[in-house]
Design a binder for this molecule. Structure first.
Ligand code: GTP
Length: 374
């Protein structure tokens, strides 16, 4: 279906195109991102990007430009032309990463929208229940150059802050606060925007540009209207291993909704082809990937166990990622940790507190009680 025909079917939205930025290296999620870009890691059973595409399609978006850079082939091999996702997908691959602003500018060359049309832009690693139609409506009502989705966080000290006035006009873009006095708001950039197409075209095309540090502050400095819409619903940046498992579990448990979850809401999601012993306990929103096995008496809580992994008898996996084909031996305990593809944690070992086991690494049985912040 051409985008213009599809647009006619969703007359209320007034927007048909989106850009998704999925080109980052995902360093905080290493070693999971050595072979798989962060947005392609499975969250609640499908690549995270599938949830975002479904959210966009559900809101009436018909055409998405994927702004890739790191390992672009992984996206196209899975999504192809996007027809399985009810969306037309176009790929724009940066030879050299252009940053968030430069990535938007580069992707925009594939847009069909006119200069005055609104274009949705998503960071490829943010899980939220944002109400896209109302974000777009607010953009149209205020005729802003850019409208940002903002969220409130309990601890703003780790984020750039975005104060607004009572009408939602953005007052400033502040770097991470260094002192308590600098925490002037709990509002942060939630990684989803509506841009006037012509504003994207103003971003420099030939060098890396940060949208947060350069594009947005420059618009304010020029006196352009930048609006913030605060949404107090679910929001999570999936950039770290712990938030990654949290986001997956929240989708499985139904704390945040996605039409791309391949199963009903419940305590766990066991994908077709997985084998879970009747005496195993799989809860807390855990996912057991296709071809993965969970042995007798094993316990898996709030974790992502990827395709072909094996959790042996009486092992415990708590709030952790066990990547494809990895093995967790009998009675081993893996808590708050990442075990990468093909790694083997031998029987009786214990990993806690952010341990990361590299791909294909083997920990011999009963060799380690390991705790690390790496
Ligand atoms: P970390 O290295 O762990 O910080 O992750 P990241 O590389 O994904 O960076 P960050 O979380 O800051 O990126 C926010 C979003 O922008 C993610 O969806 C990235 O995929 C995307 N992104 C970051 N840099 C680029 C870039 O140079 N080009 C493109 N196309 N996307 C980018």
């Amino acid at each position: 279906m051409s985008s213009s025909i599809a647009a006619a079917l969703v007359p209320d939205l007034g927007i048909v195109e989106a850009i998704m930025l999925v080109g980052g290296k995902g360093t905080r999620l290493r070693p999971l991102t050595i072979n798989t870009p962060k947005p392609m890691l499975p969250v609640a059973g499908v690549p995270f990007t599938a949830h975002q595409l479904a959210q966009a399609a559900d809101a009436g978006v018909t055409r998405v430009i994927l702004g890739t850079s790191y390992r672009p082939e992984v996206f196209s091999a899975y999504f192809g032309d996007g027809s399985d996702m009810r969306i037309e997908l176009v790929y724009r691959t940066e030879e050299v990463p252009l940053g968030t602003g430069g990535g938007i500018r580069f992707a925009a060359e594939a847009l069909e929208s006119g200069p005055d049309d609104p274009v949705l832009v998503f960071n490829g690693d943010v899980l939220s229940g944002v109400d896209l139609p109302s974000l777009i409506k607010s953009h149209q009502d205020t005729q802003a150059a850019v409208t940002l989705f903002l969220t409130r966080v309990a601890d703003p000290s780790a984020f750039g802050l975005v104060p607004t006035d009572a009408q939602g006009a953005v007052l400033d873009f502040l770097e991470k606060p260094q002192t308590p006095e600098e925490i002037v708001t709990d509002q942060i950039n939630a990684g989803c925007y509506v841009f006037q197409r012509s504003v994207i075209d103003e971003i420099p095309a030939d060098r890396p540009v940060s949208v947060e540090r350069e594009v947005f502050p420059d618009l304010l400095a020029q006196g352009r209207r930048v609006t913030g819409v605060v949404d107090d619903g679910y929001w999570l940046d999936l950039g770290t291993p712990m938030s990654f498992v949290q986001g997956s579990a929240d989708l499985v448990l139904g704390r945040v909704r996605s039409s791309a979850v391949p199963g009903p809401v419940g305590p766990s999601l066991c994908l077709p082809g997985s084998q879970v012993s009747p005496s195993a306990d799989v809860t807390g929103g855990s996912v057991i990937g296709s071809g993965a096995q969970v042995g007798a008496g094993a316990k898996v809580v709030g974790s992502v166990v990827m395709a072909g992994a094996r959790i042996e008898d009486s092992a415990r996996v708590i709030n952790s990622v066990v990547a494809g084909d990895a093995v967790i031996g009998e009675t081993a305990v893996v808590r708050g940790s990442v075990v990468a593809e093909g790694a083997v944690v031998g029987a009786g070992n214990e990993l806690t507190d952010g341990a990361r086991i590299w791909p294909e690494m083997t920990l011999p049985p009963h060799s380690i009680r390991f705790s690390s912040d790496r």
